[in-house]
Every structure is written in C-alpha cells, then in structure tokens.
Design a binder for this molecule. Structure first.
Ligand code: SF4
Ligand code: SF4
Length: 80
C-alpha cells in the first residue's frame, strides 16, 4: 500500500514537470538585436546575456514575462 502511494506520487510529479515544460515557452531574441543591453537589466530572472553579436535568452530560465520586449528599441525579443 505504501509503495503504491509513493509510486503514484512520483508519477504525478513527473507528469506535472513534463507538462510544465511542454506548455511553457520562452522569449527569443532575433537578429534585429542591436546589442544595446536594455533588456538585460529588465529581466526579473536574469536570463539575458550578451552573446556573439546579439543578446541571448536562456529558454530554461525565461518566465515569459515580456519585460525585455517592452524595453527593446527594435522589437527583437518575441515569444518563441
Ligand atoms: S520574457 Fe521576461 S523572463 Fe523572459 S527573457 Fe524577457 S524579461 Fe526575461
Ligand atoms: S533591448 Fe533589444 S536591441 Fe537591446 S540588447 Fe535587448 S534584444 Fe538587443
């Protein structure tokens, strides 16, 4: 009985994590980026860093708040 409960709980956690990843999208910075750096300071989870030519967003950390898009002068960040 205990084993059944434990196994069921494990499965539920796994499925929730899987679904979370399935439905969660991240913003992505396109090639329009002029590397001004404005978005980096706005990101509440600090997932924007300067990349090679353009800034990049870590999709594993982005919470899709849209703050980067609201300050970008060229509209480079968009929902992926
Ligand atoms: S959408 Fe929000 S969390 Fe994602 S990179 Fe932009 S500012 Fe950061
Ligand atoms: S605000 Fe826009 S142009 Fe500036 S670094 Fe971020 S994505 Fe690039």
């Amino acid at each position: 009985m205990y084993g059944e409960n434990l196994w069921g709980e494990y499965n539920a956690l796994y499925i929730d994590k899987y679904r979370y990843k399935e439905v969660t999208m991240a913003y992505k910075i396109n090639s329009e980026c002029i590397s001004c750096g404005a978005c980096e300071a706005e990101c509440p989870v600090n997932c924007i860093t300067e990349g090679d030519g353009i800034y990049v967003i870590d999709p594993e950390v982005c919470i899709e708040c849209g703050a980067c898009a609201s300050v970008c002068p060229v509209g480079a960040p968009n929902p992926a």
